[in-house]
Design a protein. Structure first.
Length: 567
């Protein structure tokens, strides 16, 4: 009862709700007036045309039964005038009571009441005892994956949502959400940013600047990570007080360019683990194609250890008899010197430099083209916008203005003669379509693509992409790495590093006896035992109590590990 009263009081406090209720009340007064007029006319026609007398209550009773189409039939007219009047009452009743009234009630009362319920569900402040939480300033494509990572690392978080109704729905979806304005100092005081661990400003550049300035009024020392769409915004955000500025689209273009197999093949460093580098390279065009891992003798020749092999979006666990296909991408771990030795091995095998076609000339496409040019790789860009001529003037070797779905446009860009194509448009559907199209035109071409939403990753791999990076996963990884104080690691879409304590059931067993890889699919990168770290441990390594495992795999494989060993 108290909850109902609070809802109604909240509803009546809203200006728009009061307008809606006044409109509903006006309509109800109009309906009552029509019923009264019909009741009076009922008495008039019954007396002069039918010669009958009835009470006033009977007049209202007859009018309501006819207008609502109940029609009990106990009181009827026998003259044509009376029957004509009954038809008018019946038709007006259908419109006023059966059609307009329900819609008016839903529009002006029931829908606002439901909205009031949702609004009341949205929290306005965090609990007083909250400490060490992360404030996320917007619910975007990065947020969902970031929330999963924060929950996995047992870090509390709160998503800021200006729309109270949307905040109520998010709260119903079991997200920790706070309703409040992005530019309000009171909002960040209620979020207790002074006790927070980090603020992630992930709105537009102008809004992020306002957010940063507002937070700095409340708490000068809180770390603020701000996204930047434009390079020109980096300095502005830093001057506003942002601790770290992430030009994410520029980073995405650079990561995509590093995954393109062209010219002198080399290993692309995707992260660091202590003093070791984690890198990947494309097998295409090298002597390694068609060989098993045992036959490549990479460890003997370079010192690096192969910890996994990407093939069509799936990370294959290491087996000595695993055969490397043309589009396989091995993931290796080793020292700086060992990775450089691997680079020399790859360069010796493929030194030809041929152009790369970049489809999409937005921020990501421009960043990718510039990264390729720094490597000395010729770049051909396909872009729809005519103004791209000015943006790319002198920056690329060839610019083709037109629709990439047109075969003549792709042929003009040189698709028939290039080893790789990069898809950087901001539309996932277009990237998937162009992947299928380019794969059909050139079955052996290396296709690297951008994707915005993680739900489309499987689809674009099925379409034929060799390597995919999403904006969401890149942003999530950079934020988590800053939060945990480590280097960002972009092993591949869907894969991640996990640091877990050895479960009691595995203490004293060797890695081979644990069957960890076969039962979960996870790859053991290292075993940490106090100050000692064993990288790429073999099956005979024993797992002592208190040690920690560094694992590489997907979130599903990590969940399988928890079900198999931790539960």
């Amino acid at each position: 009862m108290k909850f109902m009263i609070s809802q109604l009081s909240y509803l009546f406090r809203e200006r728009e709700a009061r307008r809606n209720l006044r409109a509903l009340l006006k309509y109800l007064v109009f309906v009552v007036a029509v019923i009264t007029v019909y009741a009076v006319m009922f008495h008039f026609i019954m007396f002069y045309a039918e010669g009958q007398r009835h009470s006033w209550l009977t007049g209202f009773y007859w009018t309501l039964t006819v207008m609502s189409t109940l029609g009990f039939g106990d009181i009827t007219f026998h003259t044509d005038v009376g029957r004509m009047f009954s038809i008018v009452v019946l038709l007006s009743g259908i419109v006023l009571l059966l059609i307009v009234l329900p819609f008016a009630f839903i529009r002006f009362f029931y829908a606002p009441w439901l909205e009031a319920q949702i609004r009341l569900q949205a929290p306005r402040s965090v609990p007083e005892e909250t400490r060490g939480h992360v404030v996320i300033c917007r619910n975007d494509s990065i947020t969902r994956g970031l929330v999963r990572k924060l929950e996995f690392n047992h870090i509390p978080y709160f998503v800021l949502e200006p729309d109270v109704v949307a905040a109520g729905r998010m709260s119903g979806d079991e997200l920790s959400v706070i309703a409040g304005d992005l530019d309000s100092r009171e909002t960040y005081e209620r979020l207790r940013v002074g006790a927070a661990r980090m603020v992630f400003a992930n709105a537009e550049d102008t809004v992020n600047t306002n957010i940063t300035l507002t937070i700095r009024e409340v708490e000068p020392q809180i770390p603020i990570v701000a996204l930047a769409e434009d390079e020109d915004s980096i300095d502005i955000l830093q001057l506003s007080g942002a601790t770290h500025v992430l030009p994410l689209k520029q980073r995405l273009g650079e990561h995509l360019a590093a995954r393109v197999n062209v010219g002198a093949s080399s290993a692309h460093v995707v992260g660091r683990f202590r003093d070791l580098l984690i890198a990947e390279f494309v097998v295409h065009g090298t002597e390694l194609v068609g060989r098993t891992l045992r036959e490549t003798r990479l460890r003997e020749r370079t010192g690096v250890n192969v910890v996994g092999v990407w093939l069509q979006g799936h990370l294959q666990p290491v087996r000595r008899d695993l055969r490397l296909e043309d589009h396989s991408v091995p993931v290796v771990i080793g020292t700086q010197a060992q990775v450089e030795q691997l680079d020399r091995l790859l360069v010796e095998r493929d030194a030809a430099v041929r152009p790369v076609v970049v489809i999409g000339g937005g921020k990501v496409g421009r960043a990718a083209a510039e990264a390729l040019k720094r490597r000395g790789v010729p770049v051909h860009v396909v872009e729809r916008r005519e103004r791209a001529r000015r943006e790319f003037a002198g920056r690329v070797d060839r610019l083709v203005i037109g629709d990439a779905a047109d075969r003549e446009v792709l042929e003009e860009a040189g698709l028939n003669d290039v080893p790789a194509v990069m898809l950087t448009t901001s539309d996932d559907a277009i990237n998937i379509y162009l992947t299928v199209y380019c794969r059909r035109l050139q079955p052996d071409i290396n296709i690297v693509s951008r994707i915005n939403h993680e739900r489309n990753i499987e689809a674009i791999y099925r379409a034929g992409a060799d390597s995919v990076l999403s904006y969401a996963s890149l942003g999530r990884e950079y934020v988590i790495s800053l939060l945990l104080g480590r280097e960002p690691v972009m092993v591949g879409e869907g894969a991640d590093f996990f640091l877990v304590s050895v479960p009691p059931g595995l203490v004293g067993k060797t890695l081979g006896e644990s069957e960890l890889g076969s039962r979960t699919g996870l790859i053991v990168i290292a075993v940490e035992d106090g100050e000692q770290t064993r990288t790429n441990p073999g099956p005979t390594v024993t797992l002592p109590a208190g040690c920690r495992l560094v694992l590489l795999g997907t979130a599903e494989q990590r969940q399988r590990f928890s079900e198999e060993f931790e539960s």
